[in-house]
Design a protein around this ligand. Structure first.
Ligand SMILES: Nc1ncnc2c1ncn2[C@@H]1O[C@H](COP(=O)(O)OP(=O)(O)OP(=O)(O)O)[C@@H](O)[C@H]1O
Ligand SMILES: [Mg+2]
Length: 141
């Protein structure tokens, strides 16, 4: 697949989690990926976009979540960003089972899932300064 890049901007609505999954699958389809890579990428995207909506923006549908997808050689990079609340302690937030919203019945496994399904996950965030999650995966085959 030739190198390519697409950016999608979506409102912070839960239905756009589904849109983001489909957009990521559509983007990567040009690389003729194995099915497991597609499902891994969709799962990681779901977690990152849901976090931006729920935690970044407290589900305020006026706010924008951005997703940039990039193919570079055989690697796919997906960056999900928001200009929302930000994270005070990223290392703590990334720990399995840590959630700041137990009352929403979150399980605190989103970052753990992203790490499990992608080859690398970087998080840049600051309180009030929004959050940027950059994920990379080497496509099989
Ligand atoms: N985009 C974001 N903006 C602000 N805070 C975030 C963002 N993403 C994650 N966080 C913080 O990191 C914590 C851990 O995120 P993680 O996705 O691992 O768990 P969760 O969203 O709480 O639960 P789950 O994903 O299992 O439903 C969140 O509870 C939240 O405090
Ligand atoms: Mg989460």
């Amino acid at each position: 697949m030739p190198d390519n890049e697409v950016t999608v901007t979506m409102k912070a609505r839960s239905q756009n989690e589904a849109f983001a999954r489909i957009a990521a699958a559509a983007f990567v389809s040009a690389a003729d990926p194995v099915l497991s890579d597609v499902t891994d990428i969709k799962t990681a995207v779901s977690e990152a976009v849901t976090n931006a909506i729920i935690h970044g923006y407290a589900s305020d549908p006026a706010r924008d979540v951005r997703m940039t997808m990039r193919m570079d050689g055989g690697d796919i990079y997906i960056e999900v960003s928001d200009d929302g609340a930000g994270i005070e302690d990223v290392a703590l937030a990334r720990q399995p089972l840590y959630t700041s919203r137990p009352e929403l019945e979150r399980s605190g496994m989103g970052f753990t899932v992203m790490e499990a399904f992608m080859d690398s996950v970087e998080v840049e965030s600051s309180p009030g300064g929004g959050t940027r999650v950059i994920m990379r995966k080497r496509l099989s085959g």
